[in-house]
Write a protein that binds this ligand. Structure first.
Ligand code: IDP
Ligand code: MG
Length: 154
């Protein structure tokens, strides 16, 4: 099963949308394997957003991401990385389709509520970066019989 890191960003915390985000991921059928509130510091953000450090929006992004605590989540599911990105919507919420989290609930490009891993590899490395092994939970989810075919559950 793939893993994906979700961050409910400061705007989600401030706007009281953390529950809505969790609810949408739960309703999709994903399995929550880790959850915590945290303040992200400059060093963590530089690692997490390494590909964006040289971009014009980076300073603003770094400041914004430290403006309040965030909620970090690790989720698991069959081929879940891409399907979560679809659920989240494209980066600019004004272009995100209705029905997606950003399309329904956000409007400013720098206030798009949520981070979601963008590849199978980044799902693994980002969960690993933000969570210690003891903060991740391995358990049976009873509804899997009604969510997946046998071959998808392996
Ligand atoms: P993603 O979150 O959809 O993967 P990325 O391109 O990886 O989007 O950018 C990371 C984050 O940087 C975005 O979620 C957003 O918060 C911020 N960002 C990206 N592009 C812009 C921009 O043009 N203006 C302001 N903030 C931006
Ligand atoms: Mg990204």
């Amino acid at each position: 099963m793939e893993r994906t890191l979700i961050i409910a960003k400061p705007d989600a915390v401030q706007r009281g949308l953390v529950g809505e985000i969790i609810s949408r991921l739960e309703r999709k059928g994903l399995k929550l394997i880790g959850l915590k509130m945290s303040r992200l510091d400059e060093a963590m953000l530089k690692t997490h957003y390494a590909e964006h450090i040289e971009k014009s929006f980076y300073k603003g992004l770094e400041q914004f991401m430290q403006s309040s605590p965030v909620v970090l989540m690790a989720w698991e599911g069959f081929e879940c990385v891409d399907s979560v990105r679809t659920l989240v919507g494209v980066t600019n919420p004004r272009q995100a389709v209705a029905g997606s989290i950003r399309g329904d609930l956000a409007i400013g490009a720098g206030r798009n509520l949520i981070h979601a891993s963008d590849s199978k590899e980044s799902g693994i490395s980002e969960v690993d970066f933000f969570f210690d092994a003891k903060e991740l939970f391995d358990y049976e989810k009873s509804e899997y019989l009604n969510l997946y075919e046998d071959h998808e559950r392996q």
